[in-house]
Every structure is written in C-alpha cells, then in structure tokens.
Design a protein. Structure first.
Length: 214
C-alpha cells in the first residue's frame, strides 16, 4: 500500500532537516518502506483538504490506505509497530523505547522549542532579553539529566530504537543554540544518529526539496 506523507513546500530552515517530516522520512527509511511526499504551502496547510488530514493545519501527515495520521509520535509509533527495525521483539524493551519516544516529545522538546519562541517569536517583547537566559538554563538542566543517563552508551536502551530516532531528531533542534555541543556525549549521540544510512537518505530527500536554489 502506498504511503504518502506531507512536508513543507519549502522549509524555513532551507534544508537543515529540522522540520518534522525528516523524522518520519527517517523512520520510513529505517523500516525500508518506500513513500511518496506531497508538498504543501503554508496557505494550503490551513485549507479544508489539508485540515481534513491534520486538525491543526500542520505537517507532516501520513496516509496509508484508509489510515490517516498526524503527530510525529503517533506516525513513528505506527511505523515502528507494524514493521521491523525500530522496536525490539522483547516486550519490555519495546515499552522502554516508547517511553523514550514520549520523553523526547514531551520532556525534551518543549523547553527546546521555547528557545525558538524566545529568540524569534518574542524577540521584540520588552522582557525577551531577561527571559532568554532562563529558557536556556531550563534546556541545559534537561540536557544535563539526559547526558547523565546516556553516559558513554551508544543508544538510550541497548539497540538503536524509535526512542533514539525521536530523541536524536528533537536534540538536533537545539544545535543552533550551541547547547548541544556543551554536552559532548549528547553531541556524539546525535552524530551517531545522523551517520546512520537511513538518516542520510532521509536528510538527502528533504534537502532535495529545500536546498536554496544556486
Ligand atoms: N506535534 C506535532 C508533530 O510532532 O507532528 C508538531 C507539528 C509541527 O509543529 N509542524 C510544523 C508546522 O506544520 C512543521 S515542523 N508548522 C506550520 C504551522 O504550524 O503553521 C516544525 C518546524 C518548522 C520549521 C523549522 N525550521 O525551519 O527550522 C523546524 C521545525
């Protein structure tokens, strides 16, 4: 059955792979699943046909036969549960990998996104300069905890899993702030994720769409 995802017609990051279709592309590549991509403009995302797929008018979405999904956590969990490559056969290991997926989107991602909000969307507010260091410190606190847990391990819980995929992609969003490089084991962890052939294919596919014209 054909799998179709949606992605930005042109990502604001110019092809750095930070938009969330990249994590879905990566999961599909890890599972060796072919897929098609429908590119949508910011305008089209807010119109009825796309809102029927995604109630919040965002990308990515996932279509496979009768199934329509939004939310990258749900999409990647679906891929991981229905195809080998992203979850271990052992039930407890699978449950722990799902816990790491939730930790990525629920515990790590919100403070990281606050950096973007503070730096770009609220930069002109009178309190912006005062707030930014607090936001950065909250991110550092989470990174410190994650760094302590990862230690010198390659992945969060033994073998690479959907939990690592989600965590690596979430951490990538913090790279422009410089905070990722303050934690060498986390920077190396992210680099390990980026070095995976499946990530490389996903990154190249989104870059082909988003690279600025020469
Ligand atoms: N919780 C949802 C999920 O995980 O699927 C969040 C989806 C989401 O935020 N989608 C964004 C979107 O559609 C694109 S990925 N935004 C348009 C809108 O809301 O109108 C977020 C994103 C955007 C841009 C960059 N960038 O340029 O660096 C990085 C990430």
């Amino acid at each position: 059955m054909t799998i179709t995802i949606t992605a930005f017609e042109r990502s604001p990051d110019g092809g750095k792979g930070l938009a969330r279709d990249t994590r879905v592309r990566w999961a599909l590549e890890e599972a060796s699943l072919p897929y098609e991509v429908r590119l949508v403009s910011f305008g089209a995302m807010k119109e009825a046909p796309h809102l029927a797929l995604h109630p919040f008018g965002q990308i990515p979405t996932y279509e496979e036969g009768d199934l329509v999904l939004f939310e990258t956590g749900a999409i990647i969990l679906h891929i991981a549960q229905s195809h080998p490559g992203l979850l271990q056969p052992d039930a407890n290991a699978r449950a722990r990998a799902v816990a790491w997926m939730f930790a990525a989107v629920n515990t790590m991602e919100p403070p990281i996104l606050d950096i973007v909000v503070a730096r770009f969307f609220e930069a002109d507010k009178p309190w912006a300069a005062e707030r930014l260091p607090l936001v950065l410190d909250r991110v550092r606190a989470r990174f410190r905890q994650l760094s302590a847990r990862l230690g010198e391990a390659a992945w969060l819980d033994g073998e690479f899993s959907a939990g690592d995929l989600m965590m690596v992609h979430v951490l990538l969003r913090a790279r422009p702030s410089g905070i990722l490089d303050e934690f060498p084991n986390l920077a190396a962890y992210v680099a390990r994720g980026e070095a995976r052939p499946a990530y490389q294919r996903a990154f190249a596919a989104q870059l082909a769409v988003n690279a600025p014209a020469a």
